[in-house]
Write a protein that binds this ligand. Structure first.
Ligand SMILES: C[S@@+](CC[C@H](N)C(=O)[O-])C[C@H]1O[C@@H](n2cnc3c(N)ncnc32)[C@H](O)[C@@H]1O
Length: 266
């Protein structure tokens, strides 16, 4: 593989779930749950405050802010290729610096001591090669923390429908929604500090809140989705999710399996 992305790789980098304000607020909701999970390994491996920490595929900046609070670097940068997300991030998190950059392309604008990436490899082709490329951008002694979903196990039928549709949607871009398993146990040319996969139960109402927005926005105009579901069926899925999102039912019938990998460049 070449050092920088081929045209085939670039095709996979269009963000499937939109970059509008609804998509940003959805990522904000998801961050409230997943950011605390990320903080622990970052605080454990980053002992001395680093000079520069970089969030790869930062979106509207919720992970960048989390990185800045956990690693306490001199400077925190967020890299993303969406100008819309970057504008929202700059407004909301002025203590971080946000730069438009395709994270499959190196060199990065700085050589970071700490890098973090969540839910971005699931949108990229050849994710293992991309992680190797990222490791090459670390300062010596620097760490890379990656978190991606390996599986979402659920008994809730409407969640199964939602997730299998999104899998197809992401696959239509050449990527893999549940990329976590593909990342586990690989040789990245760096020391593996952590490679685990905690199982996280999520309340039905919470999961429905995360799933609902896509069914109200991008699903309604995406050819892949419309091939699978009629507009009426999409409406039914959306209504079922809305009902669950607004219910007081505290049951958790869904488990997120999150692959976490921490690599150190010796
Ligand atoms: C699911 S969002 C995750 C955002 C953030 N990490 C979080 O967890 O809240 C994925 C982000 O990756 C960005 N992205 C996808 N491909 C990219 C690429 N090749 N270079 C830079 N950013 C990319 C998208 O624009 C989007 O903001």
């Amino acid at each position: 593989m070449t050092e920088n992305p081929t045209d085939r790789e670039r095709q996979g980098t269009k963000y499937t779930f939109g970059t509008g304000p609804e998509a940003a607020s959805r990522l904000g909701e998801i961050s409230k749950f997943f950011n605390p999970l990320a903080q622990a390994p970052i605080e454990e491996v980053v002992v001395d405050p680093p000079a520069v920490a970089v969030d790869l595929g930062c979106g509207p900046g919720f992970t960048t802010d989390m990185l800045s609070r956990s690693a306490r670097p001199g400077e925190t940068w967020g890299l993303d290729r969406s100008p819309a997300f970057l504008a929202l991030a700059r407004e909301r998190f002025p203590h971080c610096r946000f730069i438009e950059h395709d994270v499959t392309t190196v060199p990065f604008p700085s050589r970071p001591d700490v890098m973090y990436a969540r839910f971005v490899l699931s949108h990229l082709l050849e994710p293992v090669e991309i992680v190797r490329r990222w490791v090459g951008q670390l300062a010596v002694g620097g760490v890379l923390v990656v978190e991606e979903v390996e599986a979402v196990e659920t008994d809730v039928e409407v969640f199964r429908r939602y997730l299998s549709t999104n899998e197809i949607l992401v696959a239509s871009q050449g990527a893999r929604l549940f990329v976590g398993a593909e990342l586990a146990g690989r040789d990245y040319g760096a020391r593996v500090v952590l490679d685990d996969c905690p199982a996280l139960p999520v309340a039905d109402s919470q999961a429905a809140t995360w799933f609902l927005p896509n069914t109200q926005t991008i699903w309604r105009e995406n050819a892949c989705v419309l091939e699978r579901w009629s507009p009426r069926e999409i409406e039914e899925i959306s209504n079922a999710l809305s009902e669950l999102a607004n219910s007081d039912d505290r049951r958790s019938r869904t488990v997120w399996k999150m692959r976490r990998i921490v690599l150190r460049r010796d």
